[in-house]
Design a protein around this ligand. Sequence first.
Ligand code: GDP
Ligand code: MN
Length: 387
Amino acid sequence: MKIHEYQAKRILSEYGVPVPEGGVAYTPEEAANLVETLGGNAVVKAQVHAGGRGKAGGVKLVASAAEAAEFAASILGTNLVTFQTGPEGVPVRQVLVEEAIDVADELYLGVVIDGAAEGIVVIASEAGGMEIEEVADATPEKILRAVIDPVLGFQPFQGRSLAYGLNLDGSLVRPVGALIENLCRAFQENDCSLAEINPLVITTDGRALAVDAKLNFDDDAMFRHRDLNEFYDAEQEDEGEVEARKYDINYVKLDGSVGCIVNGAGLAMATMDVVLSGGAKPANFLDIGGGADEDKVAQALNIVLSDKSVELVLVNIFGGILRCDVAARGFLMAAEAAPHAVRPMVVRMLGTNADEGRRILSESSLDVTLVDDLSGAAGAIKDAVVS
Ligand code: GDP
Ligand code: MN
């Protein structure tokens, strides 16, 4: 789950991470009032669940309340398009108004779960403010990493050593080390999947401040953070993902043309590989989950078909708790409800009641290609892509 910058800054500030002074405005008047209280110079920032706002015109330094009101009026209620959003962008409903910071240096700080390191990793770089992926590509030596031992936890020396590696002024090594420790504590205690400060600004008067902040949370841990759930902002998310969440379906929108419907996360990952080996790209990741009924299967197909870029649907069901005949009836249910949305399907079914499931589909009016295995599925995709 993602939240807005202003919400992330509130949380980080509770953990002792220094952030600029400011507040949230929902109208141009509120933005102007905030600038008055901040003393005239401020930065006004569109609040959307996407980065790249600076380059997209979503961040503006202003020198007066009037200028802030004008910028807020121009951006509130519009959709902001950044390189991280789709071409239609995401709606701006509020702006964050903060004291303008005199920047001496922009650093990068990130905390992520790293599968290869089997734990939490802190990433730091003196090349902040820009996209960290580019820094990692062009100047990998500028990326510092520290792996947090899952048993020992974060060690204060790790923060100091990262701060030292950032070539900071000696007086900043301890405060930045402490800031990194606080960021890690926020990450762990809130079950984050990402905590990022980019840029971490060193001000001209020698302080370290989180000028931007991003926190993402592990959806599977949200049941332990009921208070965070109120930050969920459906308007910022992909419609299919919002629907999927309602039905407890694991769905992630991707940018290919083959929709995938699978039961089991590992099988879903393997299925996306099958799509790629068939010469196409997956339109989504989708795991229906184990205990699905007809209705949930129908919802899964609805969600996949609601994505206009889907040209072909690949179904890969390994019947266990979810029986193949139940899955087949679910597909028919969705197709009957929205016959015009239906697209050709390649179906591989194996396991409990597979014969029955295949019979139901082949006797239906659906455009279904039944395949026996994954290489058959890849072949059918190749045929569909080429034709
Ligand atoms: P993003 O583009 O969505 O990541 O938004 P950021 O919050 O990172 O803002 C983009 C850029 O605006 C930052 O990298 C800074 O260079 C600049 N910026 C943001 N706030 C301030 C500020 O208070 N003072 C100055 N001088 N620059 C700022
Ligand atoms: Mn940023």
